[in-house]
Design a protein around this ligand. Structure first.
Ligand code: GLC
Ligand code: CA
Length: 575
């Protein structure tokens, strides 16, 4: 493989998961089947036909395991059972069967950096039970000059505050990079690694098709747990990201489990550059198939990171193109493409225009997602262009990360009232992704017959699946056409990506080429008209001979040197 190209053009290394389009489900907010206001597994099974009609091949299901729900299921108290809020193991088996019957595959979420503090391992560990006492990071703390107890180091939690909590029973502090109800597992302990391998094996034996690996870059902590030395939030992240043994642990887990099955693995990895990613995914890597990096998610956050209210909000298209193109052309391995997920604001509000050009810009984002290199992950609601919500006060939020960030800021004396940070949460809160799926214009958007656990976005009467399916020109139909098109065009999956016009402020244009198959994608990523002069790009093709394959406007320009693009116009051409 040539070092600078992601695939050799003529003989692609075919894999089902490279050709698939994935759809992420946040079960709590997807579809409620029993009227208790919480989305559930039967609710998902009811929508399998829906997913099939959109053209989806793979579902990634966020956690449905038994959990006290301190972080909506990312705090697991039993890895081998289903939380009763979501249903039963029989419901889950029926979902798997229904998906497989429709030729769709299922990825589960593997959350093994931490467990819930209510997990039996932690309960035994805090009691000092011999077999479990080293399952977590327990340390003695210190004292400040007034004799008050202080935590073992200065690491901060992603949920705000210290990453350490004192446990009265064990009389020691335990580490939690996330909520205090999410103690970090000690992967140095071989018994912990055995437990994890065994639960992975258990799910693989049930016939799932892979895992998304939660927060997998932070599983290995450095010897001595040294203090963080930068002001990046959370403090210490340069110490606990990509720790010294992370590759050994992943390789070991792969060899013991995934290697023996036809499954796919996708790691979630903050703090990851293309070079770091290539170490995980490349020939010498750990067997991991793909990873979700955050470089494009960090484009509009402040210098101290996402959870710092200061300095975020702006982003520029040339910078976005540079980031994405680096991944498109330099990664040793396969990309996982996404613009949004359950931890991010809604894509049309963040990267598009959720006012006048909501439809056009949602279609443009879809075009980008589905025509670049890498397996596309569509997050629930993106296919109808769902938008951010408006939260008036802190009480309306549910997300512990955003609430923690606001509390930290208040505690540091940087704001007098939470309301001063209203704009911050209205742009960044994870809650925007968690308002219920908008199925129809019925009460509560058809999500539930009861009272939804989290309010439905007020715009559901206009933006909902039923209306979108009835309208041939909708965002939903555009997604469906793009997905079908990707399925038919190997060039979109395996073709080489080349960026055109890197410095253009409004237009993102690139080609995907596989043998004689040549596609040009032009996206006017702005609310103003844009002209581009294709004659002045490096690429050798005849721009008078463009044929339009798909576009989000009628009558897309094909026949002049200077092509004029309307606001958020997005077109795919063959040339
Ligand atoms: C990942 C999940 C997020 C969760 C965190 C802790 O980032 O995507 O939702 O809060 O890990 O498990
Ligand atoms: Ca329910």
């Amino acid at each position: 493989m040539a070092p600078n190209s992601t695939v050799s053009s003529d003989t692609p290394d075919r894999q089902w998961w490279k050709e698939a389009v994935a759809y992420q489900i946040y079960p709590r907010s997807f579809n409620d089947s029993n009227g208790d206001g919480i989305g559930d597994i039967r609710g998902i099974t009811e929508k399998v036909d829906y997913l099939d009609s959109l053209g989806i091949d793979v579902v990634w299901l966020c956690p449905v395991y038994q959990s006290p729900q301190a972080d909506n299921g990312y705090d697991i108290s039993d890895y081998r059972s289903i939380d009763e809020q979501f249903g039963t193991m029989a419901d889950w088996e029926a979902l798997l069967e229904a998906l497989h019957a429709h030729d769709m595959r299922l990825l589960m979420d593997l959350v093994v950096n931490h467990t819930s503090d209510e997990h039996e391992w932690f309960q035994r560990s805090r009691r000092g039970d011999d077999a479990y006492k080293d399952y977590y990071y327990w340390r003695d703390g210190g004292e400040d000059e007034h004799g008050n107890p202080t935590p073992p180091n200065n690491w901060g939690s992603f949920m705000g505050g210290s990453a350490w909590t004192y446990d009265e029973l064990r009389e020691q502090w335990y580490l939690h990079l996330y909520d205090e109800k999410q103690p970090d597992l000690n992967w140095r302990n071989p018994d912990v690694r055995d437990e994890i391998a065994s639960l992975v094996e258990w799910w693989l034996e049930k016939g799932i098709d892979g895992f998304r690996l939660d927060a997998i870059h932070v599983i290995s902590k450095p010897e001595g747990l040294p203090n963080g030395t930068t002001d990046k939030k959370p403090i210490g992240s340069e110490e606990f990201s990509h720790g010294p043994r992370v590759h050994d642990y992943l390789r070991e887990l792969y060899d013991r489990t995934f290697a023996n099955y036809d499954v796919v693995t996708v790691g979630e990895m903050g703090e990851t550059t293309v070079d770091i990613a290539s170490e995980y995914l490349g020939e010498e890597g750990d067997g991991l198939d793909m990873l979700f990096h955050f470089e494009h998610m960090d484009i509009d956050v402040g210098p101290r990171g996402r959870w710092d209210p200061e300095g975020g909000g702006e982003w520029s298209l040339p910078e976005f193109k540079r980031i994405m193109s680096r991944w498109q052309t330099q990664l040793e391995g396969w990309n996982a493409q996404y613009l949004g997920n359950h931890d991010q604001p809604r894509i049309v509000s963040r990267f598009g225009n959720d006012g006048t050009y909501r439809g056009e810009s949602a279609k443009l984002l879809a075009t980008f997602l589905l025509t670049t290199h890498g397996t596309p992950f569509v997050y629930q609601g993106e296919e109808i262009g769902m938008t951010n919500a408006e939260f008036e006060s802190l009480d309306e939020l549910d997300d512990p990360m955003m609430i923690g960030a606001v509390e930290d800021y208040l505690a540091a004396g940087k704001a007098d009232s939470p309301e001063e940070l209203r704009e911050f949460w209205n742009t960044q809160s994870r809650d925007h992704a968690r308002t219920p799926m908008q199925w129809s214009d019925d009460e509560h958007a058809g999500f539930t017959d009861g009272k939804p656990w989290f309010p439905v976005n007020e715009n559901y009467r206009d933006i909902n699946v039923e209306a979108a399916r009835d309208d041939e020109g909708s965002v939903w139909h555009h997604y469906r056409e793009l997905i079908n098109f990707r399925h038919d065009e190997d060039a979109l999956v395996y073709g080489e990506y080349s960026l055109l016009l890197p410095d253009h402020e409004q237009v993102y244009a690139y080609t995907r080429v596989l043998g004689d198959d040549r596609l040009l994608i032009v996206l006017n990523w702005s609310e103003d008209p844009a002209t581009i002069d294709l004659g002045r790009t490096e690429v050798d093709f005849d721009f008078t001979d463009l044929s339009v394959c798909l576009s989000n406007y009628e009558e897309t320009a094909t026949e002049s040197d200077e092509l004029l693009f309307r606001p958020y116009e997005a077109a795919i051409y063959r040339y």
